[in-house]
Write a protein that binds this ligand. Structure first.
Ligand code: SAM
Length: 242
């Protein structure tokens, strides 16, 4: 993949996992530059003049979702996640709470307490990051609704969210994350079916990140674009209206 939107490498250390954002064990953090490139491409496939909604069906600790929430807060009104691992859901809720001013100020207080108690350089760096995040987000946050549910996206029941404009998800693959839940022959197909019911069929795009060996398709979707980057592939799908 050639970067089209995130042409320049930027300093994304404020979003490092374990600094301000909380590190969820066993859930890999996603590279910020790639996340932003995918999100920009998603926005280019929909009408993004109005405030939009975003959903990650396999959100893990919501590192990806929270980073996108911060970077695109002026565009996003609703942020949703689902995840099968109840412990990861706990971390995801804590991370997504950072998208609210209360949550961010609370995190600053907590980092400051740690710095006063232990005086570590890492706490000082986290404090500088949280201050930067506060100063850049306070006046431009349009996010009104944030929810994260414990949900098996390969089950036969779609989650309750509706009128979603952008789905972005990093599927389980590799050593750190595997498909869990309903023993389904084709978890990606069942996930896409469930996701379909959550979409605004007039204005939606689904972007799936996974390894190159997985087949990402379902008859209810048409492929808009497929890109390869290192060990990953990114597939952009548009729902077909029946
Ligand atoms: C690659 S990780 C996602 C990491 C996430 N993007 C983040 O930033 O933290 C994939 C996640 O899918 C979850 N998962 C596996 N099977 C699932 C299922 N049936 N329904 C929902 N989530 C599932 C795993 O528990 C794991 O947290």
């Amino acid at each position: 993949m050639k970067f089209k939107y995130e042409v320049e490498k930027k300093d994304h250390r404020d979003f490092s996992s374990g600094r301000v954002l909380i590190n969820a064990p066993q859930t890999p953090a996603f590279p910020v530059r790639i996340a932003s490139e995918i999100m920009s491409r998603c926005l280019s496939y929909i009408n993004s003049n109005d405030c939009i909604s975003i959903y990650d069906p396999c959100c893990g600790g919501a590192h990806l979702l929270t980073v996108i929430g911060f970077l695109y807060r002026e565009k996003i009104e609703r942020v949703y996640g689902t995840e099968i691992d109840i412990k990861a859901v706990g971390y995801a809720k804590r991370n997504l709470n950072l998208l609210t001013s209360n949550g961010l100020f609370q995190r600053k207080k907590n980092i400051l307490q740690n710095y006063n108690k232990f005086g570590k350089v890492s706490h000082l760096e986290a404090l500088q990051s949280v201050k930067r995040l506060i100063s850049t987000t306070l006046d431009s946050n349009h996010i009104k609704d944030i929810q994260c549910l414990d949900w098996d996206i390969t089950s036969s029941k779609p989650p309750v969210f509706r009128n979603i404009n952008i789905v972005i998800t990093d599927l389980p693959y590799g050593n750190m994350a595997i498909w869990k839940g309903t023993k389904n022959m084709n978890p990606i197909e069942q996930m896409l079916k469930n996701v379909y019911y959550t979409l605004d069929l007039n204005n939606a795009v689904v972007s799936i990140i996974c390894d190159k060996n997985q087949k990402v398709e379902h008859e209810w979707f048409e492929q808009v674009k497929r890109l390869k980057h290192g060990k990953r592939q990114f597939t952009f799908l548009r729902p077909v209206k029946y």
